[in-house]
Design a protein around this ligand. Structure first.
Ligand SMILES: Cc1ncc(COP(=O)(O)O)c(C=O)c1O
Length: 403
């Protein structure tokens, strides 16, 4: 029998989906699960997008242009121009199959096999598998809960650069920590990237979800001055509750990168033409939609932060944006605890699911007693999840003694 390749068998399982088989077993036994493990939100998709889906009438349903359906690209341009990035032209943006594909393309287009990309730990767990698929090695630079996971200074970051480093990748606002980097932090990173001739890839899929009193420090304003180095990755998944529509964006002013990414896009023929028809409705979404969504996530953030802060032995920092937080638990091993929640703990036949924290680090031994929580359920469900967590921690046999 042929063996599966070593790289397929050693590819890490996404931390957000790793425990799904346990959840399926629990559900088969009739247990209700509050899913805080994945950023798949309960907030409704804008009605204008659903209406567009219902009126989709192309027959046959053909391929889209490899770099995106023109109407979708035009709608994206309108969106970016409204944000003030009026220098962007349609040829600077490529529609991708979710932000995930844009990240994968960025790795492929910026790195040779064996090259390194700096990320700040803890980082979005799927970066790891996407990097490995492209033969890229992620190098984790630590950030700490004590200062809300903000960036270390450039001198510290420079220590992690080697001859093989090709890029720095950030998520801003950050999944999983909820940190929103300041303008000063982004400035420093930009200068470092330019000084060391690196690509800077800014994953801005949570751009609108900011709960602190400062504007988002996007990488777009730096693109004109440093067209060769800057890449922005984007997605409609979270912004418009469109996770299943698979709509993402790769953008840069670097022409050779655009040529390279266009070839990658051609190799998979096209993104989804139905998805992009839905995405093209984004300019018809009333402005209040995003304001209301942002308010709702802020409410959830507050409920979660307040509730978690009251639980004995739990550590966290106030998330500034996105809809996640990394939480330290008073347990020896958070993954074992998450499995136990799904296999053994029930309260009124209900339990809660988190993503184990270790999958958001690539340094051995880090995040072992942490979980990542996605506040994607309404405040009533969040309160219930917090109750279950508090009771479960009391009942858990693997609770850390010191806590
Ligand atoms: C930081 C970050 N980037 C990219 C993605 C990918 O999203 P999608 O492929 O659905 O656009 C996610 C999804 O959770 C994310 O959290």
């Amino acid at each position: 029998m042929n063996a599966v390749s070593r790289r397929a068998s050693t590819l890490p399982i996404s931390a957000v989906r790793k425990l799904v088989p346990y959840a399926q077993k629990a559900k088969a036994r009739g247990v209700r699960i509050l899913h805080l493990n994945i950023g798949d939100t309960d907030i409704k998709t804008p009605p204008v997008m659903l209406a567009r889906l219902k009126t989709f009438a192309e027959n046959p349903i053909g391929y889209a242009a490899s770099t995106g359906v023109p109407a979708f690209i035009e709608a994206l341009l309108v969106y970016y121009h409204r944000l003030g990035y009026t220098f962007l032209k349609s040829e600077n943006i490529i529609a991708t199959v979710g932000g995930s594909e844009a990240i994968s393309m960025a790795f492929f287009a910026t790195c040779e096999i064996g090259d390194e990309v700096l990320v700040f730990e803890p980082f979005y767990s799927n970066y790891q598998a996407l990097a490995l698929l492209n033969g890229v090695h992620l190098v984790g630079v630590p950030t700490y809960i004590s200062n809300g996971f903000h960036l270390p200074d450039a001198k510290f970051i420079e220590k992690y650069l080697t001859k093989k480093t090709k890029a720095i990748l950030i998520s801003n606002p950050c999944n999983p920590t909820g940190v929103v980097y300041t303008q000063r932090e982004i400035n420093e990173l930009v200068l470092l990237a330019v000084k060391r001739n690196l690509f800077l890839i800014s994953d801005e899929v949570y751009r609108e979800f900011i709960f602190v009193d400062r504007p988002h420090a996007s990488l777009f304003p730096y693109m004109k001055k440093y067209p060769e180095n800057m890449i922005v990755v984007d997605s409609l998944s979270k912004r418009y509750s469109l996770c299943g529509a698979r709509l993402g964006v790769f953008s840069t002013l670097n022409e050779s990168l655009l040529t390279g990414v266009t070839k990658i896009a051609m190799s998979r023929l096209s993104g989804g033409i139905i998805d992009q028809a839905v995405g093209a409705a984004l300019t018809d979404i009333p402005e209040k939609y995003l304001n209301e969504v942002q308010e709702e996530y802020k409410k959830r953030r507050d409920v979660l932060y307040k509730g978690l802060s009251k639980i004995d032995g739990v550590t966290l920092s106030m998330p500034e944006g996105a809809f996640y937080c990394m939480v330290g638990l008073p347990v020896k091993n958070a993954e074992d605890f998450c499995v136990w929640l799904l296999e053994s703990f029930r309260e009124n036949n209900e339990t809660v699911m988190f993503a184990p924290g270790a999958g958001f680090y690539n340094s051995e031994g880090k995040g072992v007693n942490e979980v990542r929580i996605a506040y994607v359920l309404n405040t009533d469900k969040l309160k219930r999840a917090l109750e279950i967590l508090a009771h479960a921690l009391k009942a858990y046999p693997g609770r850390r003694k010191s806590a």
